[in-house]
Design a protein around this ligand. Sequence first.
Ligand code: ADP
Ligand code: MG
Length: 202
Amino acid sequence: MLDADFFRRWMTATAASVDREAERLTALDSPIGDADHGSNLQRGFTAVVAAVGQEAPDTPGAVLILAGRQLISTVGGASGPLYGTLLRRTGKALGDAAEVSEERFAEALRTGVDAVMQLGGAAPGDKTMIDALVPAVDALGESFGAARVAAEQGAEATTPLQARKGRASYLGERSIGHQDPGATSSALLIAGLEQAAGGGDE
Ligand code: ADP
Ligand code: MG
């Protein structure tokens, strides 16, 4: 079972990998964006860790709702509302249970990913964070490790795609040949689950 502490560790692990990979995320956002994705998420997840530490929410749902709210208010850009919606809607779907099974979490995360697709209008293959999140949710029933691999492969598979949503879509065919920054950061978020569970590398 996954408790509030697991979800706190998920946010802390994600913040650490966003910090470590911030330059790479910004570099990916340079040819097909405006070179702010790493700094956007760094600001956001720093605020998430601070708020979760300070307010100490005591259910999984409350941790994710608070985290989502922080991302919406601090990240800005396209990715802030999208990541914020992902975590908030996932948290809402978990209700006020003190502990949730991995199956229930997988269902809740699917609700969150669906909300991101509805908000941003992106479908798989549009070269966005959805290309990492959808395969990750599909693999989550198997294990956190399988979800991490699926997200990483999904992110890498965005390289040959032409962007149809977000800033990169303004480039048309010139968006081809670059890995999507948001899909790359989504793979970090999903990898954080395995780290929170005590596997993978921190
Ligand atoms: P901005 O594009 O406003 O500068 P960021 O650089 O923080 O915002 O985030 C860019 C990422 O957001 C993209 O790489 C893409 O993955 C994601 N993104 C942009 N628009 C959408 C959308 N409509 N649906 C899903 N993801 C999107
Ligand atoms: Mg950007």
